[in-house]
Design a protein around this ligand. Structure first.
Ligand SMILES: [Fe+2]
Ligand SMILES: [Fe+2]
Length: 178
């Protein structure tokens, strides 16, 4: 009889949906990463349009694609914060660093990407500490994309070093759509 009662209460327990409250520190970190993402979305959109205005179509498309990657990151972070019943902060931006030249644009974006890679590594460390595998997986997925962004910026800097800015810019004027 007592076994039957236990079984019944077990069913009752499993049917009752427990609220999925996230770790407070982790939600703070997710919100800080969200501020980083929202900042670079704005920065990259401006940079991408500046390149378009100068006729550097390849550069415009590459930076525009990165802005879109960052939008996905912001969306995934918001989704995770809401899943944890936290409040996503979308009104906070870090200083936006608009470059005046192509060289400044690439350097500013590269600096931000390096900081972002560091911030995601720190976030993953915390998610591991609080044993939140879902957040570890999400932050690792974003980290890999950020590393690709660093790679891209470093490649541009190497090309500028090797072929000189003028030759580099001539290459950026070709339309990617033939
Ligand atoms: Fe991002
Ligand atoms: Fe990025």
């Amino acid at each position: 009889m007592s076994n039957l009662l236990d079984h019944k209460s077990l069913i009752k327990l499993t049917k009752k949906r427990l609220p999925m409250k996230g770790n407070k520190d982790l939600i703070t970190v997710l919100n800080s990463l969200l501020a980083d993402e929202l900042t670079v979305i704005n920065q990259y959109m401006v940079h991408s349009e500046m390149c378009e205005n100068w006729g550097y179509s390849k550069l415009h498309m590459a930076i525009r694609k990165q802005a879109m990657d960052e939008m996905h990151h912001a969306e995934w972070l918001i989704e995770r914060i809401i899943f944890f019943e936290g409040a996503p902060t979308v009104s906070k931006l870090n200083p936006i660093k608009i470059g005046k030249t192509v060289s400044e644009i690439i350097n500013n974006d590269n600096d931000d990407e390096l900081e972002t890679v560091h911030a995601y590594n720190e976030g993953i460390k915390l998610a591991l500490e609080v044993k939140d595998q879902g957040s570890v997986d999400l932050l690792t997925k974003i980290l890999k994309m950020e590393e690709d962004h660093v790679d891209w910026a470093e490649m541009q800097r190497a090309q500028i070093d090797q072929m000189g800015m003028e030759n580099y810019l001539v290459n950026q004027t070709e339309s990617p759509i033939k």
